[in-house]
Design a protein around this ligand. Sequence first.
Ligand code: F6P
Length: 331
Amino acid sequence: MKKKTKKPKKVAVLTSGGDAPGMNAAIRSVVRCAIYNDLEVFGVRYGYEGLIDGDFIKMNARSVSNILSKGGTMLKTARSERFMKKSGRGKAYSSLKRYAIDSLVVIGGNGSFKGAHKFSIEHKNIQVIGIPGTIDNDVAGTDYTIGASTAVNTALSAIDKIRDTVSSMERIYVVEVMGRVEPFIAISVGLAGGAEDVLFPSSRYKIEDMYDDIRKGREKGKVSWIVIVSEGVAKASEISDLISKNTGYMARSVVLGYVQRGGSPDAYDRILASRMGAHAIEAVLKGESDKMVGIESHSVRLVTFDHACKRTKDKLNMEKKLYELTKVLAI
Ligand code: F6P
């Protein structure tokens, strides 16, 4: 006889790690889908830090009014050193038990999911479901993470403006974008912004080749030149100094920085966040745990946290292809 599984009664939701546009849309979806399914919902403030300290707030459908279009996260977020330790995770478990909460939805990136995976193994009577939210798009098992599309659009609108001045003054511009060592933003804006080159960790670029390309480009009549550098590779100012010194052409640099993380989420991120939030609650109702919601080929589905935290070959191949196309289109 099949054992009856106890229906989850109380769910908590938190945002963890770097904030990303669309996290609020995901919170709204989790809260409202939970209430729609007669679950009680608690918001946890400051990510895993708040989970350890029991910083919980009871949520109702109105608690998430008018946040769909807002950047950042209404629940606040943090990077938690304490949750990396077993003792911290033990305290987090006690906080959840104090409120009789039996399921937890974590909105964050792969660092947050590594912690969620450990927590799920140590505390099997709490169901844990992840929703990928990070501008870096560096989570396996999902084509997109919440916030990545908006961050690319934000960076792109800055690069389009830079192109106006670069071509008017016939200069070279080196633009540093976010994403740690992950090249998603760099590669995407490189192709979408018509960049002449993109420097990212696996491109194994040789700066000497770039000087040559710039000289040859001038001979072909290319007078404006934009190089995108992913922040994990080098500092934009160092690259522009080297270019000026070695080519004799005027190069300037800019770091786009945290503007890429803020702002109103675009339609894609709002829709993705709403779908993922709904799927996370479905997963809770089905008794799933130790899994993340991902989107692949337009379908929302579950993958294990273990898989989500791995670097996949698919993404590396895609980056390579986009880079090659960027170079072809920049002739
Ligand atoms: O992981 C998201 C991200 O925005 C990266 O792109 C960036 O390198 C990092 O966070 C910055 O972290 P912090 O906000 O802790 O400075």
